[in-house]
Design a protein around this ligand. Structure first.
Ligand code: DGJ
Length: 727
């Protein structure tokens, strides 16, 4: 899949879908030549035209005025020799200069894909699935080496990139920016799609024109954040769900990140992604190296659905690990919205009993079972069971639940400490804080300094003491504030710019150890809902609580946006009570379940308060979901109608062999004399006949002519679900 053409001095990464081409130019500059649909017969003769542009300095040793780094599409640009665009690296050398001049030195092609030490990364199941190109560049003056890693999988429209600096000099250098990837596109008119929001309104899809200038999309919150997901796409103005070119960039990282998009006056667009360079400063000692997180770059020539499907496949098959990889996930009942902190054994067991009657497979005990945790002002860090709150104790509770044939799950928030906690009283210096400065509380808690091994060890011991005593099948790993006063007292003042990243490395080390030690536990990550829904976490935990907002209408947008890059099997989605606790909206049980079934399905309400009609309905929903969950969790997902564009939302799931499909339609507000709605499906076999309700229809008819949504649909928050089976 990877070749080097000595004559044209080009590297070509190619599979049956894409080509990615790099070139070595005069004086060993490494340039970006192409990323897109595969080119079978690449001549290598096409090069970026040399043009004399006023005020664009000539590269050192250029033989004429035509070569300037200011305009050349570069593979990993730096500042200092005439490229005035955003650099991919910014490294301060011992003499105070930040000018580095990396030139091509050598390359290596490896079978498979290397894992990144201490960082989450895509993997291969068999070495033959992927190949990796490692290009080494060198700055002759400083002695620094820059290594660029590119992996390509067979059959996948993706390139996975990362970079490394190896300090072969005698001096300490300070890395202030090291991007995971930089890509230059000459002469493209792009639109930018990104996922932004806030608590309870995560991953709202924004699409905007890329104008001349610089746009930065980032998080400085110490986590990937509710506000700006580390995924973006560049698309053409004509790109839709089903057509047009799209380039996706998803950083496999859960901390501070940045994506910089710059369009220059020559209509050249540069996109850089990586760890946020803001306040970043990494002291790199001689003979040490620094590895960036990787970024998954996906190309589609046929629209956003195709782009998403590639991400879903890569994440499900090459990122998620462990027992639950590609395994059906259990239906659950979580007690958070049912009881909040106010529960006892009787209350919990009454919910469990109802859940068991309804066919729900797992009970999750949320916040409030430890320390003196009767509200959110206290006890984070004190991971021992509250005596007496559950009269029978946690072990017996878990046993009772297991006796009913159900699984038992429990909530933790390991990275945090309450001001009012035994842990904080014993170790006030374990929280992130700047000496002699006040600390900011958020939800009455501080962030533990997970860059410290002693802090991690304490929490690990506390957690595993619980895991070893109580038979636990599932853990919800929460994180309910962002980082402030980012400072670690164990580190030298010169190293404080490392803390946010060292925190992530510490966290990843912890997650690796814990998930390996307890391979049978299903872990779900959470951060006040979807505040840390990122590919980094998916490496350790196969699913994420998508949002604290359980309102069905709000969920349409949240899940639609999330699905752009994250697989359905990673999205926790629950049916909750009405009026909804976040929005106050009243919706039918039917629409709540149709929205939640389009994810990893569960309930989060007091089941003992249900009417018998509601119980009957829920029992049917649970049975239906269990019957079809392979299709719903792992089927190919197609977005048909966008909630960001109107009143209607529709999406569908198609089984791998295309023999069955499930379609969901949602109409938010009612309208009198509503125009008829036809839904055109996707992903079916053209020549097959499908049973849709009581009629038989061909695949090509369903995909081209479509079918009518019930013209009698009535009332706000209407929904319909269709199951199709090939006959
Ligand atoms: C935030 C989570 O997103 C909720 O689901 C719940 O677990 C609370 N934290 C508990 O404090």
């Amino acid at each position: 899949m990877i070749t080097y053409n000595e004559q044209t001095q080009t590297f070509h990464l190619k599979n049956n879908k894409i080509s990615y081409i790099l070139g070595i130019e005069e004086n060993n500059y490494l340039t970006h030549l192409y990323f897109g649909k595969k080119i079978n017969h690449y001549s290598g003769n096409y090069r970026y035209p040399r043009t004399d542009r006023s005020f664009s300095p000539n590269a050192p040793n250029a033989v004429d005025r035509l070569l300037s780094l200011d305009t050349l599409p570069l593979e990993f640009p730096g500042y200092g020799y005439g490229d005035f665009r955003e650099p991919a690296h910014n490294i301060k050398l011992a003499n105070g200069s930040r000018i580095n001049d990396f030139r091509y030195e050598s390359y290596e092609i490896q079978q498979g894909k290397p894992q990144l030490s201490g960082l989450p990364a895509l993997y291969t199941n068999e070495e033959s699935e992927a190949e990796t190109l490692i290009i080494q560049l060198k700055d002759d003056v400083s002695g620094l080496k820059l290594r660029l890693l590119y992996s390509i999988y067979q059959n996948q429209s993706a390139i996975i990139r990362s970079s490394q600096i190896v300090n072969e000099s005698q001096d300490v250098v300070e890395i202030n920016r090291l991007a995971s990837q930089s890509t230059d596109f000459p002469n493209r008119e792009f639109e930018l799609i990104h996922l932004n929001g806030t608590w309870a309104r995560e991953r709202q899809l924004t699409r905007e024109k890329v104008h001349t200038g610089i746009k930065v999309l980032d998080s400085k919150r110490g986590s990937s954040s509710h506000q700006q997901n580390p995924f973006v796409a560049l698309v053409e103005s004509t790109t839709t769900e089903f057509q047009g070119e799209a380039y996706g960039f998803n950083l496999v990282y859960s901390g501070n990140h940045e994506t910089v998009i710059q369009k220059d006056p020559f209509n050249q667009t540069r996109i850089i992604s990586g760890i946020n360079s803001f306040n970043f400063g990494w002291q790199l000692q001689p003979n040490e190296s620094f590895q960036t997180p990787e970024v998954v770059m996906v190309y589609s020539q046929s629209g956003l659905n195709d782009l998403s499907q590639t991400y879903h496949h890569l994440f499900n098959h090459h990122l998620v690990r462990g027992k639950y990889r590609l395994q059906e996930r259990p239906t659950l009942i979580n007690n958070w919205e049912a009881t909040y902190f106010d529960f006892n054994e009787e209350k919990i067991m009454s919910i469990v009993n109802e859940a068991s009657e309804l066919g729900i497979e797992m009970f999750v005990l949320d916040d409030g079972w430890f320390g003196n945790r009767e509200d959110d002002f206290t006890s984070l860090g004190d991971w021992f069971e509250t005596e007496g709150k559950l009269a029978c104790g946690l072990v017996e509770l878990a046993n009772q639940i297991h006796d009913k044939g159900m699984k038992f799950g429990i909530w933790f928030e390991p990275e945090m400490v309450s001001e009012n906690s035994e842990l904080f009283r014993a170790h006030p210096d374990w929280a992130l804080a700047v000496p002699n400065r006040e600390k900011s509380l958020s939800r009455s808690q501080y962030v533990l300094d997970f860059s410290r091994a002693d802090v991690r060890e304490n929490i690990y011991q506390q957690m595993t003491a619980i895991f070893d005593r109580i038979p636990i099948d599932y853990v919800k790993w929460d994180m309910n504030r962002n980082m402030t006063e980012v400072y670690s007292i164990l580190l030298d003042p010169t190293m404080q710019g490392e803390v946010a990243h060292r925190y992530m490395l510490g966290l990843y080390e912890f997650l690796e150890k814990l998930t390996n030690a307890y391979p049978n536990i299903l872990f779900e990550s959470c951060s006040g809902g979807g505040g840390r829904f990122d590919a980094g976490f998916l490496y350790y935990m196969p699913q994420t609580w998508t949002s604290d907002n359980t309102d069905a209408v709000a969920r349409l947008k949240i899940q639609y946006g999330t699905s752009l890059t994250y697989p359905i099997s990673s999205m926790g989605a629950h049916v909750s009570a009405v009026p909804n606790h976040q929005t106050g909206r009243n919706t039918s049980l039917e629409i709540r379940s149709n929205a939640a079934m389009s994810g990893v399905f569960g309930y989060e309400l007091d089941l003992t308060q249900l009417t018998s009609n509601e119980k009957t309905e829920i029992k049917e929903q649970v049975a239906f979901y269990k019957k079809h969950r392979q299709l719903l969790q792992f089927g190919t997902f197609y977005r048909l109608e966008s909630p960001f564009e109107g009143n209607d939302t529709a999406w569908m799931f198609v089984s791998e062999d295309q023999s069955e499909a499930m379609v969901f339609y949602f109409r938010v507000l009612a309208e009198a004399s509503h125009p008829l709605v036809t839904l055109k499906l996707a992903g079916l076999l053209e020549d097959a006949t499908y049973q849709l309700n009581d009629i038989a229809v061909s695949g090509d008819e369903l995909m081209n002519l479509g079918f009518y949504i019930d013209s009698e649909l009535h009332g706000d928050y209407a929904t319909q679900r269709f199951y199709l089976r090939k006959i």
